[in-house]
Design a protein around this ligand. Structure first.
Ligand code: SAH
Length: 261
């Protein structure tokens, strides 16, 4: 069983709740943000748009996340939305006089991923009015995304994206995420790297860049340069190919004699 399909995985334990959303596009974009990050449990409390899950704008913004939209649940109250949860976090752009403790998204994500007994909901407010106090009061923590003080209110679906991303990184671990970036070949065996250095040295002598009677620090410096790169098998082969060609051009007779041996 992989990390995301296990029932204790945060991907299965985390619910996204949108309260009284006005724009169908935001519901669609939320579905997409969730699916991109591996989450699927979406609950809508009294959306302001009739039949929002079938709305053209919601479908367009959801793009490849139609399944999340189709499986989203509509409920009539915040209590119903939190059914089955033992932890809830209210997302708010504004800090309030009376509110649960304020926590940053990264701290929350860390806590949610490390405490496997938590079945948590992230609760997001309306585009214009934010979250009603009665929703905030039901939550254990208030989450504020540390945006610029001049304009700290994010688009609803973008706020969902920030939280979904933080929760994904916390659930998978930074290392897992980083190690998947880009192409990596197999590291070259050290014996092959040594062979390549000898080959390169011969070529440098052949083109008279390296004086065997006065080598100075050329080879140690080149070794240091290559050591920093993490040479791969293919790369060592290319360097040997270059050295071979240099030797062939400079000393055709020697090279031919060597080939025969
Ligand atoms: N004018 C509203 C902002 C609504 S934005 C207000 O002042 O509350 C819609 C929703 O996106 C908010 O209810 C909240 O859930 C989320 N959101 C937007 N910006 C946020 C931020 N900086 N931190 C946390 N949540 C935010």
């Amino acid at each position: 069983m992989n990390q995301s399909s296990s029932s204790t995985s945060l991907f299965r334990r985390l619910r996204f709740v949108l309260v009284e959303t006005s724009r169908a596009g935001n519901v669609g974009a939320t579905a997409r943000a969730m699916k991109n990050m591996g989450f699927s449990d979406l609950v809508l409390v009294n959306p302001r748009v009739p039949d929002v899950l079938k709305h053209e704008e919601a479908i367009a913004f959801a793009s490849g996340a139609q399944d999340i939209l189709a499986n989203a649940r509509l409920v009539g109250s915040i209590d119903e939305a939190l059914d089955g949860c033992n932890f809830a976090a209210a997302l708010s752009a504004r800090l309030r006089e009376f509110s649960p403790p304020i926590v940053r998204p990264r701290q929350l994500a860390h806590r949610l991923s490390s405490e496997e007994s938590l079945r948590a909901a992230l609760v997001f407010g309306n585009e214009r009015f934010g979250l009603p106090n009665e929703a905030v009061e039901r939550c254990n923590v208030l989450i504020n995304i540390p945006a610029d003080a001049q304009y700290s209110s994010l688009n609803l679906a973008q706020a969902v994206q920030v939280l979904a991303y933080e929760c994904r990184v916390a659930a998978l671990g930074e290392e897992v995420i980083d190690s998947r970036i880009g192409f990596e070949g197999e590291p070259a065996p050290l014996a092959d790297v040594e062979g390549m250095y000898r080959h390169l040295e011969q070529a440098l002598v052949a083109v008279e860049f390296l004086d065997p009677d006065n080598p100075k620090k050329l080879m140690p410096r080149l070794k240091r340069l290559f050591a920093r790169t993490g040479l791969e098998i293919e790369e060592v082969n290319i360097l040997r190919g270059i050295a071979r060609q240099v030797l062939l051009k400079c000393r055709p007779a020697d090279a031919a004699a060597k080939e025969k041996k």
